[in-house]
Design a protein around this ligand. Structure first.
Ligand SMILES: Cc1cc2nc3c(=O)[nH]c(=O)nc-3n(C[C@H](O)[C@H](O)[C@H](O)COP(=O)(O)OP(=O)(O)OC[C@H]3O[C@@H](n4cnc5c(N)ncnc54)[C@H](O)[C@@H]3O)c2cc1C
Length: 488
């Protein structure tokens, strides 16, 4: 029996035979429950230990049978329908510490859920413990120090809105219901990254619960190796319960929006972009994309953000606007928060999705040719990019654990659909589209990769150091549902 079948069968049987699989705070677990170990073996969680955990935590511990179990185990990508043995909905770092210790003492499989946006579904598991940070979303802004502190389960919307209310900003991603947790730990690309760097380039400190259950304060001065590893090494080293970010004064009316041309003009648009984008200022972010409307109209687009004076932005953007015949020019001065939320509905929770990513060092003529030839006219599929360069590139290759400083852009193909019957076709299409672009990439973005992950190859020269940090803080590899690093 494979692990998945085991979990469904045993957890289902548990409910049928009357396990009190309830939301319990005190003493409602009256019998042992089946679970899965770190190695995939079937284990039992004793009733007394479950009761003790329930008593230790301020937040609830939820198991199958509780009315909220299904809501809590669900993550953004509807493809991942997994059933943890229990969910520890932590309220504070001490709760996280108890949950980590509970799992470590029993060799129990652990998944850590920040915002739940993991494309490959790494924040939920079958039969293990889901450490759920969804109630740790508070964001505090210190205007004197110019920093913001966000709980490990905060969403980008929480961070952006708290900062913008005080005329400040830091780099956040493009869909506001993404979690700061996974986003930051993997690098963190956003519309302002050419000006302010990746999210990790703005990370000045963190609070982390490591595999030994200790709550550690981490920064360039305190536990510097751990701080280095957190900045790009994903969730490998512990559960981050607080992220501290450097902020920047920001005028929230920004020149931004989409330029769109019919797909027939893709060659003119992309060839021009390939040359013109070499010399753009750090203020200007322009990212190509290709999509198909539900009516079948192919579109080549440019996402534009100018993080400076809008009039200067108009001047710098003018040449791009003059290419071909625009079918829509949506670039205008608008509130940054509107921009940061305008894709939220498209990427709604529960959608089924699959994506591939690769880092491209340059937009060469050959890559432009490949982009044009690779286009697949299917409304379920899209090609888009995260443009880097600028401040991202100015950080040294080994200054953080993020390995792709020299990439000019991240190429992404993604499928999004609703009907499970579309799974095979949409996944195959996403792969086919990406396969045409892959020869122009070197490595991938950890936060997006589904399968075929090669952490050693992807981290390159940073990998030996990452293995040492892993060995120091998580020698048994308790935190393994991530782009996993083998302890040295
Ligand atoms: C619609 C959508 C839009 C996106 N846009 C962007 C973008 O603009 N820029 C960008 O860079 N990326 C983007 N991503 C990728 C995104 O950064 C990753 O999916 C990221 O992992 C999401 O973080 P999360 O906390 O929501 O995910 P989760 O599913 O909660 O976790 C993802 C991984 O991080 C770990 N993790 C999460 N929180 C913590 C924590 N506090 N401590 C320790 N480990 C933790 C989890 O264990 C898991 O391995 C996007 C993804 C989606 C689905």
């Amino acid at each position: 029996m494979d692990r998945r079948t085991f979990c469904r069968a045993t957890l289902g049987a548990g409910i049928a035979t009357g396990f009190s699989l309830q939301f319990f705070h005190a003493a409602r677990a009256d019998t042992a429950i089946p679970a899965v170990s770190l190695t995939g073996a079937e284990i039992e969680l004793e009733a007394a230990a479950l009761r003790e955990l329930g008593e230790q935590l301020q937040g609830p511990v939820v198991m199958s049978g509780h009315p909220q179990y299904n809501d809590m185990r669900r993550i953004w990508n509807g493809m991942h329908d997994k059933r943890p043995a229990l969910i520890a909905r932590c309220a504070n770092p001490q709760d996280v510490s108890h949950a980590v210790t509970f799992a470590a003492e029993r060799g129990l499989l652990v998944a850590v859920r920040g915002g739940g946006h993991s494309w490959p579904g790494k924040s939920v598991c079958d039969g293990g413990l889901m450490i759920d940070l969804a109630d740790m979303r508070a964001v505090g802004v210190d205007t004197q120090r110019g920093t913001a502190s966000a709980g490990g389960g905060a969403l980008l919307h929480d961070l952006d809105s708290a900062c913008l209310a005080r005329g400040l900003v830091t780099t956040a991603g493009v869909v506001s219901h993404t979690g700061v947790g996974g986003f930051t730990l993997g690098g963190g690309f956003g519309r302002l990254n050419r000006k302010y760097g990746l999210a990790i380039d703005n990370l000045v400190g963190a609070e982390v619960v490591t595999a030994d259950g200790e709550v550690r304060q981490v920064s360039a001065d305190d536990e510097p190796e751990l701080f280095w590893g957190l900045r790009g090494g994903g969730g490998n080293f512990g559960v981050v319960t607080r992220f501290d970010y450097r902020l920047h004064p920001f005028e929230r009316q920004v020149l931004s929006g989409l330029l769109m041309w019919p797909i027939e003009q893709a060659r003119d648009v992309l060839e021009f972009y390939g040359e013109w984008s070499q010399d753009l200022s750090d203020d200007l972010y322009v990212g190509p994309m290709m999509v198909t409307t539900p009516e079948g109209q192919g579109i080549v687009g440019m996402e534009v953000v100018y993080a400076g004076n809008p009039a200067s932005g108009e001047r710098e953007l003018a040449p791009m606007r003059q290419i071909g015949t625009l079918m829509e020019d949506g670039v205008k001065a608008q509130d940054y928060m509107v921009l940061q939320t305008h894709e939220d509905a498209t990427f709604h929770h529960g959608i089924r999705s699959y994506a591939k990513s690769g880092m491209a060092k340059a937009i060469t003529q050959e890559l432009v040719d490949a982009m044009i030839e690779a286009y697949i006219p299917d409304p379920r599929l899209a090609f888009f990019t995260h443009t880097a360069g600028g401040a991202v590139r100015r950080v040294g290759e080994l200054d953080t654990a993020f390995p792709h400083r020299n990439a000019e852009t991240m190429l992404i193909t993604a499928g999004a659909w609703v009907d499970p019957g579309d799974d095979d076709a949409a996944i195959a299409g996403t792969r086919r589209w990406f396969a045409a672009l892959e020869p122009f990439t070197g490595g991938y973005y950890d936060n997006i990769e589904f399968e075929g992950a090669d952490s050693a190859g992807n981290y390159g020269p940073a990998y030996p150091r990452l293995r040492r940090v892993k060995a120091q803080y998580d020698p048994r590899n308790l935190f393994r549902l991530n782009s996993n690093i083998t302890p040295a």
